[in-house]
Write a protein that binds this ligand. Structure first.
Ligand code: NAI
Ligand code: OAA
Length: 347
C-alpha cells in the first residue's frame, strides 16, 4: 500500500507518468543502463535522495558515497525491490569505484546553514569539499552530468567548472547547479495565492540560488492568475527568495531543507536522465554556463538532451518589477561567481 502510494506520487510528481509507466513495462535490457552516484549520500539530503533515486526506474546502478555512514544507508535502500543495484562506498579510498562509469553524479556533500547564516557563510568549508569531489569526477567519470546541490551554488558551480577546465575535461553542457527547489517553492506558493491546482502550475525561476539572486518570474506563471495584486506578487517573490531561510529558522539549528530538496534533486536528476535517453522537450531551470546575460553562469530554462544542455533558453518578457529584480541581482551573483573562480585557481 505504502509502496504503491510512494511510487504513484513519484510518477505524478515527475510529471511523466506516461514515460515512467512505459519504462516499467519495458524489460530492463531495453531501458538504457544508467549509473547514478550520490556524493554525500548519508546526509540529510543524501538519504531521502538515495531513496527517491532507488524508486526511479530509469536508474540501473545506484552508487552511494560519503565519508561515513554509507554502508548502512546502502544496505537499507538496497532491500527495496526496484530495478537498480545499490552499492555503498565510504571514504576517499573508495571514491574511484563509486564514480567509475557514472552517467550522473549528484553532489549534496557539505555543511548546511544554521539560523543567522547566509549560504555564502558555507563557502569556506564547502568550496574545498566540492573541489576535491570534482577533481575525482574529472579523473574517474569525466563524461558524467554533474548535478551540484552543495551551497553556495552560485560559487560551487564556478568552482567545478574551473576544476574541470584545469583537468581538461570541462564540457559546459554537463555541469548544472540544481535550483529546482526554487521552482518547487514558487509553484507551491503561487498555487496557494492564485487558488489554482498546484499540479498544473509552472513558474520559471531565474538568476541564481541565494536571496535576491533567486528571481521567480510570476508574470510567466501558468495558469496565469489575474487576481494577484502587486503586493501579493511582491510577497510571493520574497517568500520564494527566503524559502531556504524559512526552513533553516523552523529547523532551529538542525540544518536546512532536506526532504523538499531531495524531492527537487530527484526531479532534476530524472529530467537529466530523460534527456540522456532521448526524451524530447525536457525543460528545467538550472544554473548553467550562459550567455543570456553578461554573467558567465545564470539560471534560466534549459532544454536537456542526449549530451546534457541542448539549449539555454532566454528569459522571455519580464514585468517591470522583474526587470528591476534582474538588475538588482547581477552584482551579487557576479561577485559569488568570481569568488568561486578565484578560489579554484588559487588553491
Ligand atoms: N541547491 C539547493 O537548493 C540546496 C542545497 N543545499 C545544500 O546541500 C548541502 C548538504 O545539505 P544536508 O544534506 O542538509 O547536509 P548534511 O550535513 O546533513 O549532509 C552532508 C553530507 O555530506 C557528507 N560529506 C562531507 N564531506 C564530504 C566529502 N568530502 N565527500 C562526500 N561526502 C561528504 C557528510 O558526511 C554528510 O553526510 C549543504 O551545502 C546545503 O546548503 C540544501 C538545500 C537546498
Ligand atoms: O537555504 C539553505 O541553506 C538551503 C537551500 O539552499 C535552500 O533551502 O534553498
Amino acid at each position: 500500500m505504502l509502496r504503491s502510494a510512494i511510487q504513484h506520487s513519484l510518477r505524478r510528481a515527475t510529471s511523466a507518468s506516461q514515460q515512467s509507466i512505459t519504462c516499467r513495462n519495458l524489460s530492463s535490457s531495453s531501458t538504457p543502463h544508467r549509473k547514478v552516484a550520490v556524493l554525500g549520500a548519508a546526509g540529510g539530503i543524501g538519504q531521502p535522495l538515495s531513496l527517491l533515486m532507488k524508486l526511479n526506474p530509469l536508474v540501473s546502478q545506484l552508487s552511494l558515497y560519503d565519508i561515513a555512514g554509507t554502508p548502512g544507508v546502502a544496505a537499507d535502500v538496497s532491500h527495496i525491490n526496484t530495478r537498480s543495484e545499490v552499492m555503498g562506498y565510504v571514504g576517499e579510498d573508495q571514491l574511484a569505484q563509486a564514480l567509475e562509469g557514472c552517467d550522473i553524479v549528484i553532489i549534496p556533500a557539505g555543511v548546511p546553514r544554521k539560523p543567522g547564516m547566509t549560504r555564502d557563510d558555507l563557502f569556506n568549508i564547502n568550496a574545498g569539499i566540492v573541489k576535491g569531489l570534482c577533481t575525482a569526477i574529472a579523473k574517474y567519470c569525466p563524461n558524467a552530468l554533474v548535478n551540484m546541490i552543495s551551497n553556495p551554488v552560485n560559487s560551487t558551480v564556478p568552482i567545478a567548472s574551473e576544476v574541470f577546465k584545469k583537468a581538461g575535461t570541462y564540457d559546459e553542457k554537463r555541469l548544472f547547479g540544481v535550483t529546482t527547489l526554487d521552482v518547487v517553492r514558487a509553484k507551491t506558493f503561487y498555487a496557494g495565492k492564485a487558488n489554482v491546482n498546484v499540479a498544473e502550475v509552472n513558474v520559471p525561476v531565474v538568476g541564481g540560488h541565494a536571496g535576491i539572486t533567486i528571481l521567480p518570474l510570476f508574470s510567466q506563471a501558468t495558469p496565469q492568475a489575474n487576481n494577484l495584486s502587486d503586493e501579493v506578487l511582491t510577497a510571493l517573490t520574497k517568500r520564494t527568495q527566503d524559502g531556504g531561510t524559512e526552513v533553516v529558522e523552523a529547523k532551529a539549528g538542525k540544518g536546512s531543507a532536506t526532504l523538499s530538496m531531495a524531492y527537487a534533486g530527484a526531479l532534476f536528476a530524472d529530467a537529466c536522465m530523460k534527456g540522456l535517453n532521448g526524451v524530447p522537450d525536457v525543460v528545467e531551470c538550472s544554473f548553467v554556463q550562459s550567455s543570456i546575460t553578461e554573467l558567465p553562469f545564470f539560471v534560466s530554462k534549459v532544454r536537456l538532451g542526449k549530451n546534457g544542455v541542448e539549449e539555454v533558453l532566454g528569459l522571455g518578457a519580464l514585468s517591470d518589477y522583474e526587470k528591476q529584480g534582474l538588475e538588482a541581482l547581477l552584482p551579487e551573483l557576479k561577485s559569488s561567481i568570481e569568488k568561486g573562480i578565484k578560489f579554484a585557481n588559487q588553491s
